[in-house]
Every structure is written in C-alpha cells, then in structure tokens.
Ligand binder design. Structure first.
Ligand code: SAM
Ligand code: SF4
Length: 330
C-alpha cells in the first residue's frame, strides 16, 4: 500500500515523478523537435541542487519512483552527481530514459551511481533510417550503448520505439527479434501531438498500437502480462522468450483513471498531465524568499487539485499541446 500523501480530486494517488533535467539534446528526432530549436537560457533552468531538492521533497511526500528524462539527460553537465544524490533517497524504483548515445562511456557509472532501470530509445536498426529520424544520431553509438548497459547489470532495460507509418513500421518484426536477442524489453509508442512540427503529418504517420500488435502477431503469439504500470503502457509476453512487449497508446488506451504520475520540467513547472497545460511554478517557490521545504511541499500538495480527470488527444495530428516532448520530459 502506498504511503503517498499526494492524492487528487479523483481519488488517484500520485507516487511517480518524472523529472526533466535538461531541454537540450544531441539528437533532433523528427517527432520530438523542430530542426532549429532554441533552448532555454541557463538562468531559467533548475540547478542540479534545485532538482535534487524537488526530488527529496517528493520522496518526503511518499514518492516511490523517480525517472530522470529530458531532453537527453546524459548531456546535462554533472548529471552523475544528481544521480548519486537522488540514489541515496531510498526509492523503490529509480529510472532514466535516454537516447543511448552517451551510454558507451556512462552506463557503468550510472549503474554505480544508483540508477536501477534504463529505457533506451531506438526507432530503427538501419543506420540511414536512424539518421533520418534522429537527424543527427549515429546508430552504432546507440547499439554500443545498449551493450554497455547490458554489461553494467541494470535491473531492467527497455527499448522505446516511436512507430511512424511508412518510416519504420516495416522494421517492427526486426526490432522484436533484436530485443529478444539482447534479452531486453521493448515498447512501441504511438506518436503524440506535442509541439508543432512541419517535418511530417502526425495524423498520417500515426501507427496505432492495434496495428503494431497485428504485425507482431503474424510472427509471435502475444499473451497479456499482468503488470500494470498505472500508465499508458500495456504489456504482453511471448511464450518462448523473457522479453516483454509493451504498447504505449495515448490515443487508443484510456489509462487516465489509474494515472499515478506527474512531471516536472527543467524550468520547474510541475505538470499534472501529459496531455493538458495545467501546471504550477515550482521555480518561483524555490527562488522566493524565504525558501522552505514546508512551502515547497505545500505547493506540491495543493497542486494535486489541478490534476485533470483525463487527457484529450485527437488522432488527426492537430497540435493541442504547444510544448515539445523535450520540454515535457518524456
Ligand atoms: N532523450 C531521451 C530519449 O529519447 O529517450 C529522453 C527524452 S525523450 C522526450 C523520451 C521519449 O519520448 C523517447 O522514447 C521518445 O521517443 C519519446 N517521444 C518524443 N516525442 C514524442 C512524441 N511526440 N510522441 C511520442 N513519443 C515521443
Ligand atoms: Fe532528443 Fe529524446 Fe527528443 Fe530524440 S526524443 S530529440 S533523443 S529528447
């Protein structure tokens, strides 16, 4: 039973926080960013000490799980110091989502610093396609990063693939075989309308989880797994492998009634829902005078009243949320 002191108007308990540690990234994935992004000036960005303070106060309020994300968390200077600090808070689950490019050099240190589990994004196993989707990414680096993570002994590694029609949907069977070979899990994600992009039409590119499942079922029987993350993911198992296959379906799976999470952007905005703009400014509290942990905790507790009942993503690709995913903290 969760000891979280954070409950909202709909009786949901919040015990999972995703913290974005930077809006910057070494990739420019076509669904996540515009090609010429402007990033936040340094003074608008939380310091590592401020991020740690937010994390500690969430833990004091009963948070059991923290995920560090971004932007690309591993391009934030001194990220290992933050990981080491949060690693002392006694979390049940401490995870990170990364594009994998820095893992060849950092996987082992991350594990030692206290990260339990990693999500690594990979949308293609073809170097050219990988480059065209990430605009700047090098596939070989990420493949090396996945191997480095496996050697470092994380409790769990999951690959994340955003599926786009006509772009990487044909690679789904190959990606499944890759995950099975590497003994890691894999989730397929429906593209969400976060931020305005001109590179492709999100509505036309949308490949629903149902379509992805149908493709996989031509090769493997999928048995529903019992795990529920409280989030948008549904998991399946295959009979002859320990690899789990997840489907993250913000469009087709209404997971809102069991939502247990909130996000904090690197500007210190506490976001109550991925698909809504409701937020509370924690940076102002942190840089106010006097700053007390009591005030920060009370602000977080009060914010729970703003958590909306559900999100409303349309499937036609229309932008409803102006922030890009790198700002939201995926
Ligand atoms: N840079 C890291 C990475 O790519 O894993 C962490 C941040 S990234 C924003 C987190 C996840 O969000 C990635 O798996 C990425 O593929 C996914 N993502 C980004 N933009 C998205 C969008 N518009 N719809 C669905 N998923 C998206
Ligand atoms: Fe960077 Fe991750 Fe966004 Fe790709 S999805 S641009 S790797 S933050």
């Amino acid at each position: 039973m969760s000891q979280s002191k954070l409950t909202d108007r709909f009786g949901r308990t919040v015990n999972y926080v995703r913290l974005s540690v930077t809006d910057r990234c070494d990739f420019r994935c076509v669904y996540c960013m515009a090609e010429d992004m402007t990033f936040l000036p340094r003074q608008q960005v939380l310091t590592l000490e401020e991020i740690a303070r937010i994390a500690r106060n969430f833990v004091d309020l009963g948070t059991e799980k923290i995920r560090l994300t971004g932007g690309e968390p591993l391009v934030r200077k001194d990220i290992l110091e933050l990981v080491r600090e949060i690693g002392t808070y006694g979390l049940r689950d401490f995870a990170m989502t990364t594009n994998g490019s820095q893992l060849p050099a950092m996987a082992e240190s991350l594990r030692k610093a206290g990260i339990h589990r990693l999500n690594i994004s990979i949308d293609s196993l073809d170097a050219e396609k990988f480059r065209s989707i990430t605009r700047t990414g090098k596939l070989s680096q990420v493949l090396e990063g996945i191997d480095a993570a496996r050697e470092a002994g994380f409790e769990g590694i999951k690959l994340n693939t955003v599926v786009m029609k006509g772009r990487n949907d044909e690679e789904i069977p190959e990606l499944i075989e890759f995950a099975r070979r590497k003994h890691v899990d894999i989730s397929f994600i429906e593209e969400m309308p976060l931020g305005e992009i001109s590179e492709h039409d999100r509505g036309l590119a949308l490949c629903t989880s149902e379509e992805v499942r149908d493709i996989i079922r031509k090769h493997h029987e999928l048995v529903p797994a019992t795990e529920d993350s409280g989030g948008p993911a549904r998991y399946y198992r295959m009979k002859d492998s320990e690899t789990r296959v997840g489907f993250i379906s913000p469009h087709s799976h209404n997971f809102c009634s069991t939502c247990n999470r909130v996000r904090v952007t690197v500007e210190g905005r506490l976001l109550l829902c991925l698909g809504n703009e409701h937020s509370v400014d924690l940076l102002r509290v942190l840089r106010g005078n006097p700053v007390t942990d009591d005030k920060l905790r009370q602000t977080i507790i009060n914010a729970m009243d703003l958590k909306p009942e559900r999100h409303h993503f349309a499937t036609n690709g229309d932008v409803q949320i102006l922030r890009f995913m790198n700002m939201t903290g995926g």
